[in-house]
Design a protein around this ligand. Structure first.
Ligand code: HEC
Length: 174
């Protein structure tokens, strides 16, 4: 009996630790993937805005980075510009919650289980000054026209700096 109890005592925390370790590995993997996507995206955007020709820069807000291996990656929003960026089902509750929360109450990321060894990961995106060129309250007339033309259902304007803009999401196996 004594040995049996000891076995339980030892095996329980060990089981818990194993779970944590696997989750930490998943989080690390997700962070690395999102960092590279964000870096690439920022660079493309900065280059585009620097040239001053915002109208031509519009396509550069599309993610054209090489997708991380064995991962699905996307950007989505509660106020979409491109309907093709519609949220995967499992991200909808986060969009709903975060779009109503104060920015300071929004977690830096969330990782969730989507099945055995399958993970979903979301990271919130906030509006920065550079974004206002195409998502703000005072978008230049010709830029606005170009956006309207390509995205007649655009909902992604009138944002302010610091607003919750949407999510980067990942689906992957670990
Ligand atoms: C040069 C104009 C421009 C700038 C600057 C810009 N965007 Fe966009 N944004 C767009 C366009 C155009 C789309 C639609 C892209 C597509 O078709 O997938 C878009 C789409 C998005 C989406 C995908 C969801 C959706 O609504 O379709 C997010 C999220 C987003 N932008 C966030 C940002 C953030 C954050 C910044 C600042 C760091 C930013 N954008 C700066 C033009 C811009």
């Amino acid at each position: 009996m004594k040995y049996f109890l000891m076995l339980i005592c030892f095996s329980l925390p060990c089981y818990g630790a194993l779970e944590d370790e696997q989750e930490i590995k998943a989080i690390e993997k997700a962070h690395a993937a999102v960092d590279s996507v964000k870096k690439e995206f920022k660079q493309v955007l900065m280059d585009a805005v620097k040239t001053g020709d915002l109208e031509k820069a519009i396509p550069s807000c599309k993610i054209k980075v090489p997708k991380p291996k064995h991962m699905k990656v996307g950007r989505t929003s509660h106020r979409l510009r491109n309907p093709k960026n519609a949220p995967p089902e499992w991200t909808k509750s986060y969009l709903e919650k975060f779009s109503k929360a104060k920015p300071e109450d929004i977690p830096k990321y969330v990782i969730t289980s989507l099945g055995k060894n399958q993970y979903g990961y979301v990271q919130p995106i906030f509006v920065e000054p550079i974004c206002l060129n195409c998502h703000g309250r005072y978008v230049a007339k010709d830029v606005k026209a170009a956006i309207r033309k390509e995205y007649p259902q655009d909902m992604a304007i009138n944002f302010d700096v610091g607003d919750f803009r949407g999510l980067i999401w990942l689906e992957f196996e670990n």
